[in-house]
Ligand binder design. Structure first.
Ligand code: DGL
Length: 269
């Protein structure tokens, strides 16, 4: 089989990685995709390094069995925890979301004062800080975990009063610090963009790692001559580890396209 025909594998802890899948679908419409969301074990963001790493190995093993040509770790928490380890062990290119997001933040900031929000695990790993500092050694970085954002998005509460109050409570301190750029360092957060914007104001640039990651994927496909050229329409396959009905319901509303076919798999087998 022509390697360029093989799908790109996208791994996330659940539904949030569809923000990355959507950007890839838009930027690279010819690419076949296989998505695996570990919906049985989400959220990863509050779990230990060891548990997240074990889950990540099982998830990427499953994708490798689908004969993918590249793996995108759409989950910020996994990218922050064990990306390098995965990269060294896997025989295909592995793209994470942290470096693309950090690069965009370093480019966007005018005053060098950057806010980073993510899950507890992503924030405590300092992975975004390290990546931003490599590009801008003098940047002032303020990080904050926003654990309630994930359940808000899962519930579809994107712009109601609860979402606004939660965003204000988490983000007011960052605003007071005078950040001019805010990295949305979690798959779910781009869905809260309008609410976050309302709190932060128009002047603060919101960096969406999903879009930056799609650009990174495009660059690697070009560089490694892996881009699909066939004129046949791209195919998308979705796998979850539990609750496909909820994934389809929320996912279709977000992607604005059918999620079909979808299968339930056990990544531990
Ligand atoms: N996908 C996770 C991330 O981007 C958010 C959900 C979770 O905690 O598993 O960090």
């Amino acid at each position: 089989m022509d390697v360029r025909e093989k799908p790109i594998g996208i791994f996330d802890s659940g539904i949030g990685g569809l923000t990355v899948a959507k950007e890839i679908m838009e930027l690279l419409p010819k690419e076949n995709l296989v998505y695996f969301g570990d919906t049985a074990r989400v959220p990863y963001g509050s779990k230990s390094k060891e548990t997240i790493t074990r889950f990540a190995y099982q998830g990427v093993d499953f994708l490798m069995k689908q004969d993918v040509k590249m793996i995108v770790i759409a989950c910020n928490t996994v990218s922050a925890t064990c990306l390098e380890e995965l990269r060294q062990k896997l025989p295909v290119p592995v793209v994470g979301v942290i470096v693309p997001g950090a690069r965009a933040a370093a480019k966007a900031t005018r005053k060098g004062v950057i806010g980073i929000i993510g899950t507890e695990r992503t924030v405590s790993s300092m992975a975004y800080e390290k990546a931003v500092r490599e590009l801008n050694g003098s940047a002032k970085i303020i990080s904050k975990a926003c654990p309630l954002f994930v359940p808000l998005v899962e519930e579809g509460w994107l712009d109601n009063e609860v979402a606004y109050f939660t965003a204000r409570t988490y983000l007011e301190p960052l605003k007071k610090e005078g950040i001019d750029t805010l990295v949305l360092g979690c798959t779910h957060y781009p869905l809260l963009k309008p609410t976050i914007k309302k709190v932060m104001g128009e002047e603060v640039v919101l960096v969406d790692s999903a879009l930056e990651t799609a650009k990174e994927v495009a660059g690697i496909l070009r560089e490694k001559s892996l881009a699909r050229e066939s004129g046949k329409p791209a195919t998308y396959r979705f796998f979850v580890s539990d609750n496909p009905e909820k994934f389809v319901k929320v996912g279709e509303r977000f992607l604005q396209r059918p999620i079909d076919p979808i299968d339930v798999v056990d990544p531990e087998i």
